[in-house]
Structures are given as structure tokens and as C-alpha cells.
Design a protein. Structure first.
Length: 98
């Protein structure tokens, strides 16, 4: 997979918009993101994330109720675990550790 800016060209020869911006290991989701872009997905590797800022955002794991993301939270998501983020009222900024 090759990345250009906010767009990803995947092996199925289709374009996918990322609902976030990356700057190093910091990922920012805009409060103005279209909620339809925040889809259920799974990651190809384990993710250890830290919430740096954001109000009203939630994380939902498959077959679980969503929970609020709060500044300072550290969350570990295993490879292949299906999850999604639910839109909040301010920008969400997370740090991907590891």
C-alpha cells in the first residue's frame, strides 16, 4: 500500500480517504470529519494509543458498548480487533506508541 497525503491507494486499485492527518506518530481527527468516514476497521498490527486531547470522542470495539476517550487514556488494541471511533465535539489527537 502506498500513501499520498490523506489518500491511500490500496492493492484493490481503489482510493480511500483517511479520516485523519498524521504528523509523525501523532494522529489528528478533525471535529468536522464526516461521521460516515469513521468506519469499522481492523489494524494490521497491534496499536498502543494515548489520548492527547479531544472531547466527546468514543471508541467502540466489536460487540461492546462504546466508551469515552479521555485525555491521558492509554488503550491497547490487538492486531485484527474490529473497532471504530465515534465523532466528538473537538478535534481528537492521539499518539501511537511503539
Amino acid at each position: 500500500m502506498v500513501r499520498w497525503s490523506r489518500m491511500v491507494y490500496n492493492t484493490e486499485k481503489s482510493w480511500i480517504m483517511n479520516p485523519y492527518k498524521n504528523k509523525g506518530n501523532i494522529r489528528t481527527f478533525s471535529k468536522d470529519v464526516n461521521k460516515l468516514e469513521l468506519v469499522w476497521h481492523q489494524d494490521a498490527e497491534d496499536r498502543d494509543i494515548e489520548v492527547l486531547e479531544g472531547k466527546g470522542w468514543e471508541l467502540q470495539m466489536d460487540n461492546e458498548l462504546p466508551f469515552e476517550l479521555v485525555k491521558g487514556d492509554r488503550i491497547f488494541i490487538t492486531e485484527g480487533r474490529i473497532h471504530r471511533i465515534l465523532k466528538g465535539t473537538t478535534d481528537l489527537k492521539i499518539k501511537i506508541n511503539g
